[in-house]
Design a protein. Structure first.
Length: 246
């Protein structure tokens, strides 16, 4: 399988990163790591050059976008442009905790332009701003974009898919009613799965999520769709691989 979005380059994995990667590899799981700083971008590129099951995506998270100095933004763009990456992101809009600002939107637009320039897909983080982000994608004629850990409405999800964009469901699917409903409404051919590790652990006893836990989401999809495990794994892997062209 392919974990469409995680943060294996984050500090939370510093003490046992190799073991976490090996655990995923042992059950055939590859992952797209989302780096959101100069430090994680360089680490992610290093990891993807060492491990066959790691791919890199680079962006600036909307939480941080308003406060990141100009030279750091330029540095991240430079690393993204020169590195072997599969997507630009995560980037986006997050209006949840009063993060809304002009700078957030301008950084989002800037990185969407970078994705277009590099002919790469964009990975979008959105909270309480899905509609606004969708409209910007249409306005800029962005070709490929994935709303990662999508949490918006079912009706907007339908419009996003009709617009040719993609949606991924994170492991909060295992405990969130809203995400379960989303999974019910999406056809299997449109379902992309991710863990967003180290966040959103689906395993109660273990606080830190990891790519191998994507199997928990497969079980939920199995139950919802009444399809067998193998078919779900094959289908979601194909959908994710198609999006990232890997
Ligand atoms: Zn993330």
């Amino acid at each position: 399988m392919l974990d469409a979005h995680c943060h294996i380059s984050f500090k939370k994995f510093n003490s046992d990163r190799e073991e976490v990667i090996a655990r995923a590899a042992s059950v055939g799981i590859s992952m797209v790591d989302s780096a959101v700083s100069v430090y994680t971008a360089l680490r992610s590129l290093e990891l993807s050059s060492i491990y066959d099951n790691i791919y890199t995506s680079i962006g600036v998270h909307p939480y941080r976008a308003p406060s990141v100095p100009r030279d750091i933004i330029e540095g991240i763009k430079k690393i993204a442009s020169g590195g072997d990456i599969v997507a630009v992101g995560e980037i986006g809009l997050d209006y949840h905790l009063k993060h809304k600002s002009e700078k957030q939107e301008s950084v989002f637009r800037e990185f969407l332009s970078l994705a277009l320039e590099l002919s790469l897909p964009a990975v979008i983080h959105c909270r309480d701003a899905e509609k606004e982000a969708f409209e910007i994608l249409l306005e800029l004629d962005v070709e490929k974009a994935l709303f990662h850990c999508y949490s918006g409405s079912i009706s907007l999800a339908e419009r996003i898919l009709e617009g040719g964009y993609s949606i991924s469901l994170a492991t909060n699917l295992c405990y969130s009613k809203h995400h379960r409903k989303l999974a019910e409404s999406l056809p299997l051919k449109s379902i992309i799965l991710e863990t967003d590790s180290p966040y959103l652990s689906p395993v109660k006893q273990i606080k830190r999520n990891e790519p191998a836990f994507i199997e928990e989401s497969v079980k939920v999809i199995e139950e919802i769709k009444g399809e067998d495990n193998k078919k779900i794994k094959k289908s979601t892997k194909r959908n994710t691989g198609r999006f990232y062209a890997i």
